[in-house]
Design a protein. Sequence first.
Lengths: 339, 297
Amino acid sequence: MNLNNQLSEWRDLALQFEQQINDTILGQNKAIRHCVISVFARGHVLLEGNVGVGKTTLLRALAQGLGGDYQRIEGTIDLMPADLIYYTYLDNRGRPQVDPGPLLKQGERLATFFFNEINRARPQVHSLLLRVMAERSVSAFNQDYQFPHVQVFADRNRIEREETFELPAAARDRFMMEINIDTPKDDADLSELIFNPRFHDVEKLIADLTSGKIAYYQLNEIGKEIQESIQPSAKLHEYALNLWKATQRPADFGIILSDTEMNQLVQAGSSPRGMSFLIRAAKVNAWLEDRTTLLPEDLQAIFQVTMAHRIFLNPVYEYRKDELKPELITGILEGISAP
Amino acid sequence: MIPLFLLLITLLLSSCSSSISEPIHSFQVQTPRPFGYVIGDKITQRLLVEVRQGVELQYSSLPARGTINRWLNLNKVKINKKKASDGWHYQIDLTYQVFYAPLEVKMLDLPAFTLQFRQFGNTVGQEVPVWHFTTAPLRELAIRKDNGIEYMRPDQLAPLIDNSAVTTRLTIFSAITSLMAGYLAWLYGLLSFLPKYQIFKKPTRQLAKLTEGDEEKMLAIFHHALNRLNGKPLFKHQSKVFYQEFPRYKQLQSELDWFFDYSNEYFFGSHAKLDENNSHRIQQLSKHCLDIERGRR
C-alpha cells in the first residue's frame, strides 16, 4: 500500500472517529474537529468552559474512541507531584508497599492522560506535567520513564477562581490548543440532551463508542506522515509569518481595536513553538479536508484555538481580555491577506 | 284795566307769531382744525340745518362740484335729509381739496355762500360764513447742501412682501427632493464617481494590459480588488457570507470559484502556469465584476 492510500485510509478512519464522537457529544462539532486535529497533530489540549457543558464527557469519549491505556486524575489543592508517580500503602500482610502512580502504571502504553480541573492543582504539579507534555518522559526511582504515545487532555472551568492556581505561561504554551466549550446553541441539540435518556447515562454513552479503530501506537507515525506529505508553499510561509508578526505587533498591520492603545496592547505574542503547533494543526486540517495543499483557510480554521492562549496582553488590558482577545484574533485574520 | 289786558294779549301774540314764522330752527357749521394743511389735503365742512315743515332746501344754492377757484376744488357734496320732530334735518358734507402750494405759512379760506330755502313760493337765505385756515409748504424752500449731500432724500422703497415662509418651504422641499434623488441615484448605481463604483475600474484596465506571462500579478490584482470590495481579505471558504453581503455577484459564483481554485493552486499548490485562455478568463471576470458594479449586469 503506498503512502497516499495509507493516508487516505487513515483519513477515513479519522472521519469515522470524529463522526461517532459527534453522535455522542451533541452541538460541539467545531470543538470535536479541533480535538481530532490535535490527536493527529500529536498536541496536548486544554478544554475550558462552564460547569456541566460536557468537557469531561468529551475527553472520555475521545479516549474511548482512541483506545489504548489511559489514566485520569482529579486536580485538588493538596495533590503533589509524587501522587502522580507512586502511591504507598500497607498490603494484606501489613508490610509497606510502593506501587506506580497513574503516570507510571501503564508505562509506555499510556496513550491518554486526563487531568481534570487542572487549575485546582498546585504549581509543583503543573511543573511535573510540563515535563510530561514537553518531553513525554518523567524521572522517578533514579531512572527516566518514557511515554512516547501519551497525549494530555486537561480541563478547567472558567466560573470558579477560588482555591485555584493560574497555569503558568510556560505550561499553557505546551498545550497545542486551548478550546472553549460552550453550551450548544441549537434548540434541537439542547432538546435532545435534555429529554433523550441516552444522554443521561454517561457511562453507557461512552461505553457504546467503538474503540481502537485507530491504534494509539500508530498515531505518532500517522502524524509524521501527515506532516511530511504536505509541504507549504513560499506564499503560505509568507502568510504564516505575517500572522505571527501580527500577534506581536498588531498595529503594524493596521489592526485597530476600540478604546485600545494598539502599541501597548500586546505584551508578548506567540512563541516559535506556538507557530509550529499552528502549522502542524493546519496540515492535519488540510489532510482531513482531503487536500495535499496547505491553504490559508487551514491556518484560519485553527488560529483561534492555537493562538489565543499564547498572546499575552499588557496588564492594563488584562481585565478586558475576554473582550479583546477574540477581537484581536478576528482583527488579525481579517487584516492579513494572502496573497 | 282794559289797556293792560290788551297789552298782554298783544305781547302773547307777538311771541307766538315770531316762533311760528321762523323757517330755520337751527343752523350750525362744523369744521376741522384750522391749521396744518398742505397741498393735496382734503377738508370736510359739515353744515347742520333744521328747518320748519314745508321749508325745502334749494340744492342749486349749494356750490357746484368741481373747481371753486384756481387752488380749491369741491370734490364731493353729500346731503343727508332726515325727518325731525318739527320739520326736516339736513346734514350737508362738503369735501374740498386744497391745491395751494404756499412758499410760507399762508392763511386761506373756504368761501362763503348762501344756502337758500323755499317756503310757499318765498325764498329764505342762510349765510354760510367764510372759514379761514392756514397752509404750510410741503417741501423745503431754502437750498441746503451740506457736504454735497442733497437735502432731499430719495423716496423710501416700497416694503417687500414677506416671503420667508415660502422660501423656507422651498428650501426644505428642495433638500428633500435632492436627498431622494441622491438616494435613487445611489440605489440605481448612477453615482459612478464614488469609490464604491470604482473598485473594478482600475484593475480591469490593468488586467487588460497584462498577458499570460504575468500570472502572479494578474491574480494579485484581482484578489486585491475582491478584498477591497469585501472590505477585508476574501477567501474561498468565506464565499457564502460574501454572496449574502453582495448578492449581485452570486451570478459569477462558478467563475469566482474557478478563480479561487486557480489562485490556490498557483500560490499554495503546484504553482500552475496560466495559459492564454486562463488569463483571458480573469480579464473577462474582472469586466463582469465591473458591469455588476455599474449596474449593467
